[in-house]
Design a protein around this ligand. Structure first.
Ligand code: NAD
Length: 317
């Protein structure tokens, strides 16, 4: 990668990815874009930034061309919980945004990274050690968009030779930018609540295991995949990547090692619980490990120590 354009750069992933990429590839070689302009966001004030609505294909093409970009990292999307409330808007943003990114990559002959998700699986998918290639019949609009997106990445690679790459991200835990309305957001909120109030009310039911990953591993994974030898990549839709399978009680027990009085209560949100119930408990990422050397460094223990320290430094208690 030499010159990288990131869409949806002010979101949970983009904010940190832009900073990470600017350190690796140089400030001026990472062009952050988003539909929003927020001058307090570090992705806006640490290098080039353009306002870009990804549903405007012509503008996406022109900005990518003008900056002589060789990689587009397409992150702009509507996440699972919000997409269930606005399925038509989700289809419009998630599908047309991706088509514009694919067309831009095709026309300019450049690489494209776009993330899929554990949301691309459904209730009929094997729940434990979910294989790389398996049944994908999601019951959410978000999941349907992700499966269609994976197939489109395969299609543009096979038909036009576009260098498409992607991962199925688990729920990402981080504390630089807030999460954007996903089903696993509770696993971010719980850490803030532990520091700020010493208690948390989970909208996901006890015992609901889902794959999670600490943001530094996700960022490293994106760079590793994009720098991988194309000859080694057998999957152009998206790779399973995994770090830890967690449920609320397990996170709470780990938090209590730092804050012994922490209290976890439940007020389950049926809509988000239904989404969580349709997703795998733990996915198998052996293809990513074998084909491009993915390896998550963070487990629950070292993630919890790190994130609690970072949040303590951020919030006034
Ligand atoms: N965060 C996670 O846990 C997670 C897990 C799996 C997959 N993903 C995927 O990763 C990608 C990024 O996720 P995120 O968590 O950073 O999302 P987010 O919701 O935090 O950020 C999305 C960003 O896109 C921007 N945006 C919205 N509409 C836009 C438009 N029309 N044009 C341009 N920008 C627009 C928003 O302003 C926001 O800054 C998505 O494809 C998401 O499905 C995320």
């Amino acid at each position: 990668m030499k010159r990288i354009l990131v869409t949806g750069a002010l979101g949970q992933i983009g904010t940190e990815l832009v900073i990470f990429l600017r350190k690796l590839y140089g400030e001026n070689n990472v062009i952050a874009t988003d539909i929003r302009y927020d001058k307090t966001n570090v992705a806006v004030n640490s290098g080039p930034f353009e306002v870009l609505d990804v549903t405007d294909g012509e503008k996406m093409f022109q900005i990518t061309k003008r900056y002589k970009v060789d990689v587009v990292i397409h992150l702009a999307a509507m996440l699972s919980a919000v997409a269930e409330q606005k399925p038509l808007a989700a289809w419009h943003l998630n599908m047309n945004g991706l088509m514009n990114a694919l067309e831009t990559a095709k026309e300019l002959g450049i690489q494209l990274f776009t993330p899929s998700s554990i949301g691309a699986f459904g209730s009929s998918t094997p729940k434990e050690q979910t294989p790389q290639d398996t049944i994908q019949r999601p019951t959410t609009m978000y999941g349907i968009n992700k499966v269609a997106g994976e197939l489109l990445c395969d299609y543009y690679h096979m038909k036009y030779g576009v260098d498409t790459r992607g991962v199925r991200f688990p729920g990402l835990i981080s504390c630089m930018a807030p999460p954007g309305g996903g089903t696993t957001d509770y696993a971010v909120e719980i850490y803030y609540a532990a520091i700020e109030r010493g208690r948390y009310e989970s909208f996901i039911e006890k015992g609901t295991y889902l794959d999670m990953m600490y943001m530094p591993d996700a960022l490293q994974g994106v760079v590793q995949l994009m720098e991988a030898d194309p000859k080694k990549l057998k999957h152009r839709n998206a790779y399973n990547i995994a770090a830890m399978s967690l449920e609320p009680e397990v996170i709470a027990a780990e938090i209590r090692k730092h804050i012994p009085t922490f209290v976890l209560d439940y007020k389950v949100d049926p809509a988000r619980q239904a989404i969580a119930d349709s997703w795998p408990n733990a996915i198998d990422d052996s293809a990513a490990r074998e084909e491009w050397g993915f390896h998550a460094k963070y487990d629950l223990e070292n993630m919890t120590s790190d994130i609690l320290e970072k949040i303590r430094g951020k919030v006034k208690v």
